[in-house]
Design a protein around this ligand. Sequence first.
Ligand SMILES: Nc1ncnc2c1ncn2[C@@H]1O[C@H](COP(=O)(O)OP(=O)(O)O)[C@@H](O)[C@H]1O
Ligand SMILES: [Mg+2]
Length: 252
Amino acid sequence: MRVAHPSRAKLSIAEGAPLLELQDVKVSYGGIKALRGISLRVFPGEIVAMIGANGAGKTTTLKTIMGLLPLASGALKLAGRSLAGDATEKRVADGISLVPEGRAIFPNLTVRENLELGAYLHRDAKTMKETIEDVTKLFPRLGERMKQEGGTLSGGEQQMLAIGRALMARPQLLLLDEPSLGIAPKLVQQIFHAIAEIAKSGVTILVVEQNTRIALATSHRAYVLRTGEIALEGYAKELASNPEIQAAYLGG
Ligand SMILES: Nc1ncnc2c1ncn2[C@@H]1O[C@H](COP(=O)(O)OP(=O)(O)O)[C@@H](O)[C@H]1O
Ligand SMILES: [Mg+2]
């Protein structure tokens, strides 16, 4: 896959430094404190999972990283540079791409048209063609359905399309919001397999999930979010065998 080789210059990162860093990030909706001081780091090449129950603040965290919600306080850095004041489009141009919760594909546009919309930064025909090839290699089901309207795809296929659309921007950091939500188990496996492939190609991944089992099985490290705070963090394998995690998130 060439998805990992963006046509833009790679962000330059100091050896051993994180690609993404949140330092004591607080976010509120009016009077409601949704994030109460989140600190996390994602290193180049990692798959990091953020798990936690409904309402824990997972979506809020991803929206904040994209610049869709303002920070009340704290710092947010990409490759060591503060993102403060950068609009969402600038963050996309700098290599961050979000696959939103609920997928948000365009139901009346074809699969190809949906993908092309994701490439608004790389509109030249050659890059567009190559990236579409990469995406259809990753998701052959999409390749077979290029002329089909997005709304006629199954839930799992729509999730593939949403991921494909995000990859069309040739991100260095891919944020995924609950890719397993409402999807048949067999397709969930395929989607997480694809996430691992995307990471192998060199794209760094932060994935938010309520499906703790598959998230921990796929990621290197994970953070457990509880009512707007990081309750636990560690290597995914260790968290998967942690009795507290097993009782709370893995059904004992
Ligand atoms: N637009 C909003 N207005 C007010 N409160 C919100 C809004 N979106 C989310 N919240 C609240 O913020 C908290 C975190 O929500 P969210 O980030 O969506 O959680 P998660 O994605 O982990 O389910 C919840 O208490 C939720 O009710
Ligand atoms: Mg959410």
